[in-house]
Structure formats: C-alpha cells, structure tokens
Unconditional design. Structure first.
Length: 285
C-alpha cells in the first residue's frame, strides 16, 4: 500500500500497518470500511447544507444580470424618448445598467482575477489559515463546517487509536482529514503538547477551536481507560449535530433567501414602473 499513496491515504496505511503487527487485520479493515462510510455520509450532509444557498445565489446573480443587460435598457430608451422626469431609484438603476453594459468585460475579468487571487492566496499557509478561519465564523454555515471537521477528527482518531496506532502517530495522521488549515494548525499545537507529556484532553482544552464536548469526552475516556469509545461517542454526537444543523439551515434559509430574492425583484420592478405613473400625464401633454 505504501507504494501507492495516491490510492491508499496515510490513515489506511497506518491502520493496516498496526493491524499486521497486532494480528487484527480483519477487525481493522472492518473499522476502515465503517470509517469511510461515515466520512462519506458526513461530506454529503455538508454538501447538502451548502447546495441550496449556492443555487439561490446563482439564480439571483443570473436574474440581476439579465435585468441589467437586457430589460432595463428597454425602459431607459422608453423614458428617454418620452422625456419623463425620473425618480432617483430609477436613475440609479439605469445608471448601474449603463455602467455594467459599458464595462461588462472588465468587470468579468476583475471577478475572474479575484477568484484566481483567492485561490492562489488559499494555497499559501497564511492565506489558508485566514480563509479557513473565516469560514468557521460564517453565520449558519460556519458551525456546521466546524462540527463536521471535529466529527471527522474524533472518528479518525478513535479508529486509529483503537487499531493500535500510537497517539502521536494517530494525531499526525488525523491532521490531513480535517480539511481546514486553521484547525490543522491548532492540532499541530495539540500534538506538540502531547509529545511534551500533556494529556490529550488538556492539550485540546487549551485550543479554543476544539469544541468543549470533545474535550470533556476525551477527559472521561482518559480517566476510564476507554479513550477510543469516548471519541466514537463524541463523533456520533457531533455528526448528529451536523445532521440537525443541516435540517435547521435548510428550513431557515429557504424562506429567508426566497424573501430576499423576491424583495430585490420587487425593488427593481418598483424602480422601473414608478415613472409610468407620471408618463401618462407627460404623453397627454
């Protein structure tokens, strides 16, 4: 397996190596299958949480672009030919449409450049730490991402520890499963303290990004000699919280985004049709 790292991740290789030494390969392979299944289920839940808001935002951007590029110029020519006095919302909307039509290519290039810059900045250690830290602080979505990462950490560490991997090696292998640079940096500090002789719960307790439920259950597991079982319990609890969070997010975001989209379209419609109340008088004159 070590000759094919692109196929077998470090976690699988570490578990299989420890199982071969301990003579429990069958049990460990079953644990790996369970872990992969749970990890896939957790990723799908997070994707589900992000799918609906992403779709609504994409539709909103598309609708606004169509209005600015095709609909508003028609009204602008109509009002210009009639000589009607336009209220300030209509003038602002027409001005925005004119600006977008004149500089649309430059705006698109600017947007693409911004996306490229953010992707390149995320590849740097400082940029990844900053952006991933901001993602954890996002309203509604941030707590779900945070709990999902902590659930992956707890389940991965429990699987490795139960498979006979040393706690320091297990922490090193767990780092790549977090998917968040800010959490990975906090885990590095936890690993340093564990190497110096601190307990896992004490080391995690000094890091604000490690959730209290995980720290408390790790402490109970250390005192009872069942760290792996308590980590499994923490993972189960956090995965359930992610599931509840996804349901709450879907139920709360759907009406909020619908009202937001409808509100924008209503404001645009009012700005376009307000001059029609005076246009009839202008035409009669």
């Amino acid at each position: 397996m070590g000759q094919y790292p692109q196929v077998f991740p470090p976690l699988v290789r570490a578990l299989v190596g420890a199982a071969e030494v301990g003579g429990a390969l069958e049990v460990v392979l079953r644990r790996i299958a369970e872990y992969l299944d749970k990890s896939h289920d957790l990723r799908e839940k997070v994707r589900t949480a992000l799918l609906y808001p992403s779709f609504v935002v994409a539709v909103l951007v598309l609708v606004v672009a169509v209005l600015l590029l095709f609909v508003i110029p028609v009204f602008a020519r109509l009002y210009g030919a009639a000589g009607a006095e336009l209220p300030w919302p209509t003038r602002f909307l027409i001005g925005t449409s004119f600006f977008v039509r004149q500089n649309g290519l430059w705006l698109l290039l600017l947007l693409l450049g911004l996306v490229y810059f953010l992707r390149a900045y995320h590849q740097t250690p400082g940029g990844a730490r900053l952006i991933d830290g901001l993602l954890l602080r996002l309203p509604l979505v941030g707590p779900i991402l945070h709990k999902a990462a902590m659930a992956r950490f707890a389940r991965t560490l429990a699987t490795l520890y139960e498979g006979g991997v040393l706690i320091t090696q297990a922490l090193e292998a767990t780092r790549n499963t977090l998917g968040n640079a800010a959490l990975a940096e906090a885990l590095d500090r936890v690993l340093e303290r564990v190497v110096r002789g601190e307990s896992l719960s004490a080391a995690m307790g000094r890091e604000p990004l490690f959730l209290p439920i995980l720290v408390r259950l790790a402490l109970v597991g250390e005192e009872a000699g069942s760290l792996d079982q308590m980590l499994y319990q923490a993972a189960f609890h956090l995965e359930r919280e992610v599931d509840y969070g996804v349901k709450r997010l879907s139920s709360s975001l759907e009406p909020i985004l619908t009202v937001f989209l409808g509100g924008i379209l209503l404001l645009v419609a009012l700005a376009l049709y307000l001059p029609l109340f005076d246009l009839s008088r202008v035409l009669r004159r």
